[in-house]
Design a protein around this ligand. Structure first.
Ligand SMILES: C[S@@+](CC[C@H](N)C(=O)[O-])C[C@H]1O[C@@H](n2cnc3c(N)ncnc32)[C@H](O)[C@@H]1O
Length: 323
């Protein structure tokens, strides 16, 4: 008897070209404080390091969200109905499995900025769910105006899935803009949105600065990436790393901190850093259930319900497009 290997999912590559990346870096280095878009953290090595972060004892978000999806998938699938699942920022796509089996969608479409990682993730998922047509789209979903015209999407109801509390990388106004954009990309379809809730500052800071140093390596990899992809000459050892809970903004700020006065060249342009100057690599805004409802409301979504873990530390919110 022969067993058939499932076909590899197709990948549509819409990654921003390096001229756009140069422009974003220049814009980010002119901000106060300096800050780059969080997606710059995710080249192949960054995606690999993020997967390691998810296994650290201090970072419970992934384990909690997977357990919640496993325990509530049947109920969630009832809310989801039929159609195509469109996952934003899918990463290793390790969370969607229970939803695929409970909902049996007509197709699975994964969006992510990290092309090679997305290729591997969809290939691995295809092996686990050989019956399911799949498509990967490498893109910056915060800039996408429409999903590509593709047979797997054409005429199909779209059900969005955005786990991992990745919305927390955006400031409040950016998060509202992103949720509005997702509404447009989903063409009237609903959205299952995973958001982590605030905890003590000690727990929050440890989650993003683990004892094994993986979060620090993840942030430093951004500098290696800029050196490799954008002809920069950062010396990663000349920057420290910190994760600080900022109470008024309900967020953790992750930053590389210049250890001394130094000048760095990016694509031939010189940038001076003074000792102690931060380069913000990402924020992680935490949302209480009330904050999540308000946010959804402002972004044109009708909040319908949420599922949460036993300790009520993380929620999967069910949103439908408001009329
Ligand atoms: C925090 S990780 C979460 C991964 C996975 N969804 C999870 O819950 O474990 C964020 C993921 O979103 C991707 N990503 C970040 N910013 C993005 C953007 N602007 N457009 C598309 N993908 C993005 C990253 O490559 C990464 O895989």
């Amino acid at each position: 008897m022969t067993t058939q290997t499932p076909a590899r999912p197709q990948l549509i590559d819409l990654h921003p070209p390096s001229a756009d990346m140069h422009r974003l870096v220049r814009d980010g280095l002119q901000r106060e404080p300096r800050q780059l878009p969080a997606w710059f953290l995710y080249d192949s090595e960054g995606s690999r390091l993020f997967d390691q972060i998810c296994q650290q004892p201090e970072y419970s978000l992934t384990r909690t969200e997977i357990a919640l999806l496993e325990s509530s998938a049947e109920e969630m699938a009832q809310a989801m109905g039929s159609g195509v699942i469109v996952e934003f920022g899918a990463g290793s796509a390790r969370k969607v499995g229970p939803l695929l089996e409970a909902m049996r969608p007509s197709a699975y479409v994964a969006l992510d900025i990290s092309a090679d990682h997305l290729r591997q993730a969809t290939a691995a998922l295809q092996n686990q769910h050989p019956w399911l047509p799949m498509l990967g789209i490498c893109c910056d979903h915060s800039q996408l105006d429409a999903l590509p015209d593709h047979p797997l999407l054409r005429g199909k109801r779209r059900v969005g899935f955005f786990p991992g509390s990745s919305l927390g990388n955006f400031t409040r106004s950016e998060a509202i803009a992103l949720l509005r954009r997702f509404r447009q990309l989903l063409d009237g379809g609903p959205l299952l949105l995973g958001l982590d809730q605030p905890k003590t500052s000690a727990l929050m800071e440890a989650a993003y600065n683990d004892a094994a140093g993986i979060s620090a390596a993840f942030a430093h990899n951004l500098l290696h990436r800029l050196n490799n992809d954008l002809n920069a000459d950062f010396k990663p050892d000349a920057f420290g790393y910190e994760a600080v809970w900022q109470e008024p903004e309900n967020r953790v700020r992750m930053a590389l901190i210049s250890k001394r006065d130094q000048t760095v060249s990016v694509g031939g342009e010189a940038w001076a850093f003074h000792e102690g100057q931060p380069l913000v690599t990402e924020y992680s805004v935490k949302y209480s259930p009330e904050m999540a409802r308000d946010l959804a409301d402002e972004a044109g979504w009708r909040w319908c319900r949420r599922w949460h873990d036993p300790a009520d530390e993380l929620s999967l919110h069910w949103l439908e497009a408001a009329n």
